[in-house]
Design a protein around this ligand. Sequence first.
Ligand code: ACO
Length: 324
Amino acid sequence: MAPIYSRIIATGSALPERVVSNTDLEKIVDTSDEWIRTRTGIRQRHIAADGETTGDLAFLAAQRALDEAGVKASELDLIVLGTTTPDIIFPSTACLVQQRLGANGCAAFDVNAACSGFMYALGIADKFIRSGQSKKVLVIGAETLTRMIDWNDRETCVLFGDGAGAVVLEASSEPGIHATCMHADGGYKELLWNPVGVSAGFKDEPNHGVRIKMAGREVFKVAVKTLDALVDETLQAAGMQASQIDWLIPHQANLRIIEATAKRLAMPMERVIVTVDQHANTSSGSVPLALDYAVRSGKVQRGQNLLLEAFGGGFTWASALLRY
Ligand code: ACO
């Protein structure tokens, strides 16, 4: 039997309307536009309005991807949504989005892999298609990370933003996704986490103790080292050379981490998609937002090879090498 591949047939994204610049943050915490730009590459972030949820952004991004694909929601046989900031505890945000799209009946679930959520979701969806289980899959990465930020903590509050991106994957006789890789190491959990919840309990603190805690310098070091190994592994899994990659579409957390990965691949920055300046770190939203920008701006063309990767809390890290 001929192999089945999964192909991205369309992309979509959504950002909240409200933009908060680095200069705006100078009024809230002891920071400066210069510090944020030089340490991270971030210039601004989008922040969800009161009442605007992860599901709202996911729904918009999904609608845009489905419109672009010319695929009706009723044709979907799976929705996988990467998020670490679901609207409510249950049902999953994937189920909430499914209902709003009118895709009722297909399988739908969330994946929590922190910033690697979309890459995990994409890897899972690829396997559903390759196994013959699914033919048309909606993969979403969506977050409202600013809901769990401590706006008094300058070490974290300048880094994050809200947003969502989506892709429609379809079964195809042509690749498609060549390879996906997924990893985790819970031994690093305390370097980047939000250690309260339903089962562990909440705290008698502002926002019930819900806030991101991060050892930034340590996260930075492990991220760079781990992503170096990940891109090597992904190339090997796909049987390709770095010189065959047309575009690197990395997790948008920090420009310096992105530059280090590009250097590892000997890729000039002109072939790296950078959007972190526009929307900061949107966790699971980051890679699909960057991909949608790359496609809609005309940078990425059909037939080109793209290397997508992410790293986040857990730690988790994951990648995909695909022909667009
Ligand atoms: N404004 C001004 N000064 C600040 C700020 C701020 N917002 N935040 C920290 N500083 C100060 C520190 O207090 C420190 O001061 P000190 O020297 O007097 O002690 C100084 O700046 C330098 O701090 P460092 O932590 O050494 O700065 P670094 O160059 O490591 O940059 C950063 C910090 C941006 C957090 C970096 O370590 C980083 O990006 N780490 C990765 C974190 C990340 O991206 N996490 C997201 C999830 S994981 C992922 O997506 C990869």
